[in-house]
Design a protein around this ligand. Structure first.
Ligand code: CA
Ligand code: CA
Length: 127
């Protein structure tokens, strides 16, 4: 196997890995802080209790609670969850929504593949 075929094989493996990962990540329900499968007032309350140091939250719970995508738990996350419960907004963050169209689907996988192919094309002449 020459170097070019080897690199292409590696890229294909990465594409498969990302495709599987995107599917796995879609099982995360952002806003469901307590992990009971639904987003309700207890999730907003859990974030508020965490922010006032009344309870601890696991890494996974913090990840699900970071609904605004700023990588930290703030009062805004609780506010977003309460707005979502009231039907006034959607949960903005969806893991795997690479093209930011609001859903995680095959177009996100294509987006990742296109990004990888651009990287491959940038470097293919070096080998
Ligand atoms: Ca919940
Ligand atoms: Ca946040």
């Amino acid at each position: 196997m020459n170097k070019r075929k080897f690199i292409f094989a590696i890229i294909l493996i990465f594409i498969c890995f990302f495709s599987i990962n995107v599917k796995a990540e879609t099982t995360i329900l952002y806003g469901d802080v307590d992990g009971n499968g639904k987003i309700d007032v207890s999730d907003a309350t859990a974030l508020e209790n965490y922010l006032s140091d009344k309870i601890e939250l696991s890494y996974e719970a913090q990840k699900r609670g970071n609904v605004d995508g700023d990588n930290k738990i703030t009062a805004n996350d609780s506010k977003v969850i309460r707005s979502y419960i009231a039907g006034q907004t959607t949960i903005p963050i969806k893991m795997g929504d690479v093209n930011e169209d609001g859903v995680v689907d095959q177009f996100d996988v294509l987006e990742i593949q296109n990004m990888l192919m651009k990287v491959y094309n940038l470097h293919k002449n070096k080998y």
